[in-house]
Design a protein around this ligand. Sequence first.
Ligand code: ZN
Ligand code: FE
Length: 239
Amino acid sequence: MKVEIIKCLEDNYSYLIIDKKTNNACVVDPSEHEPIINFVEHHNIKLKFILNTHHHYDHVGGNKELKKMYGAKVVGFKNDKQRIPDIDILLEDNQIWKYENFESKIMHIPGHTTGHICFYFPKNKLVFTGDTLFSLGCGRIFEGTYEQMYNSLNKLKKLPKDTKIYCGHEYTLKNSLFCLEHDSFNKNLEKKISKIKLQLKKELPTIPSTIDEELACNIFLRAKNLKDFSKLRDLKDNS
Ligand code: ZN
Ligand code: FE
């Protein structure tokens, strides 16, 4: 299994998960169709599924065209069936979704939106966290409560430490400034910041991160309790 990172729009990432044996693939959160089609056509990939973490336009914008072009099936959370365009397969919390070698555990992680899910691939040690967990940050709370977001992040914190995190946006550098402001003596954070700066200098993504790195560096995962977390989220919103 291979993950290809596809840059979309301003700062979005879509991901292609490719089974190298069959060249079958799933795309996670296609913000737009063109960059996905380009990659698929150049690499002879068979796009089978579109996996959506949530309904925002910058995560589902490519659904319609990709479905039309490849007959790919749209997979998303059942409660969002009205607002995920062209949805075919409805998922539930804790469900295992499977197709050939693709096997993902669905985790409902509300907060950014009420219907946000992540796709966790235990065998491949990867998780697609959409706009809930970013590298060095977390998503804005648009529809859910602070408590929901806090609980969702706690769920993600419990994944194995070597799990790779693929999130919806390249926000890492900007997030790092906020972390530094509130956690200025954190050596691990310093190390992580050097690493991401090096990546960005080479015009490469700072993604994937890992659960381990985020536990050590992400101020939102380091919050001691709901009250601390909520305060940080408010400060970040107003920063
Ligand atoms: Zn979003
Ligand atoms: Fe987004």
